[in-house]
Each structure stands twice: as C-alpha cells, then as structure tokens.
Design a protein around this ligand. Structure first.
Ligand SMILES: [Zn+2]
Length: 221
C-alpha cells in the first residue's frame, strides 16, 4: 500500500531536479543536465579501524555542487520525491553487493533532528535502497544523547568521544550477517568507523560503508 501511494504521489508530482528544483527531462534522473555536470565520483577505499581492521568504503559522489544543494534541500525541506530519486541513483550506481543477502544499517540521526525534520535522511535512503536490493533494513544503531552537544552522553562515552550505541536487539540482529552501513554524508569518517566497530564487535560477518557523498580529503584510502 505504501509503495502504491509513493507511485501515485510521483505520478501526481512529476520529478524535479534534486538540486535546483527545476523540471527534469524525460531521460534525466535526480538531477537536471546543468546540475548533473557538477557530480564527481570519488575512488572507493578502505577505512581503517582500531586493531588493524579494515572496512571497504565508497561514496556515490564528492560533496559539493549539486550534491551539496540536494542534501541541504533534503534536510531543510524534506521531500519524499528528492529522497526517492537520490536512493534510486544510489541503487543504480551501487548494485546489490555480490554476497549472501545482507542487512542495511542506517547511521542514526540525532533525535533532535529527527523530531524537527520529521524524518531521518540515512534511514529513508536505506529504506528505499533495501527495496531495490531486496535486503532487510536493520536499524541496529542509535545515537547517544538528544542533540549536537555532549548532553545525554554518559561520562565514559563522553571521554571516548562516542556518539553511537547498539540498540537493545542490535547485537542479536547483526550477528553473523553481512552488513552495509549507510549514511548520507561522511566528513572525517569518524561516525562510520565507530558504527563499523560496534557492528563488528557485535559479531557481524562483514561490514561495508556506503555514503551518498563524501567530503574531501577522503577519510579512506
Ligand atoms: Zn538542476
């Protein structure tokens, strides 16, 4: 039913460019031609975790130009149509990983952001990508605290700079499974590293990191 409603909504509101909001041509997906020329794809690489562990990481685009505009629009004027198109592009460029069926784990948004925006971009991207891949969604991670600052984090977590924690059922959910950790933007890669470490420590068989956009210099190599 939900899918049908989404299809009806996109039929009633024809897609517009995710960056400039202009109309899209018949063969354009996500971005109009003028915005699409600003899209740059970075090289995939390996994120280094503690204890010598490595996690494969890739981003669809370098942060900047049309991607920055689309992400700003997505955060301040949440539009299901824009998120749907970004997820569709992600699915097109990042086909289902060639491994046994796994789980998609979105990086959680700050509860304060979730409350003010009404949705979480990574969760929404992951939900739609899971449909394209036929993978299950596993919201196994939660954010510590409520907002930007350190409020709500315990003393030990604060000292270690931790932002994430496993949800109650998170460990059981991910044990022995192949996971893709998904976020909208990576800057230093700290959140991805922390999430991947928690998931591997909880017994995940493997973790890969996938983000829509990454800020240069790349946090992986
Ligand atoms: Zn445009």
């Amino acid at each position: 039913m939900k899918h049908l409603l989404e299809d009806l909504r996109s039929a009633a509101f024809p897609p517009r460019c995710g960056a400039c909001g202009g109309p899209l041509g018949a063969c354009e997906l996500g971005f109009c031609g003028a915005c699409a020329v600003t899209l740059l794809t970075p090289a995939p690489g390996l994120l280094r975790l503690a204890k010598g562990r490595l996690v494969a990481a890739r981003a669809l685009w370098l942060y900047g130009g049309a991607v920055r505009d689309a992400l700003v629009r997505m955060k301040h004027q949440p539009s299901p149509a824009v998120v749907a198109q970004l997820a569709e592009l992600l699915a097109l460029e990042c086909p289902t990983p060639p491994r046994p069926q796994g789980l998609l784990v979105p990086v959680p948004s700050l509860p304060l952001h979730w409350l003010t925006r009404g949705f979480s971009p990574p969760q929404e991207l992951a939900r739609r990508l899971s449909r394209c891949w036929g993978w299950k969604l596993a919201p196994a991670l939660a954010m510590r605290g409520l907002g930007h600052g350190q409020a709500g984090r315990g003393g030990a977590a604060r000292r270690r700079g931790q932002r994430l924690r496993l949800k109650g059922a998170g460990a059981r959910q991910v044990e022995g499974r192949h996971l893709v950790l998904l976020d909208d933007v990576a800057t230093t890669g700290a959140t991805l590293r922390e999430g991947a470490t928690l998931l591997l420590d909880a017994g995940a068989a493997s973790v890969q990191a996938l983000v829509l956009a990454v800020v240069e210099p790349l946090p992986w190599r």
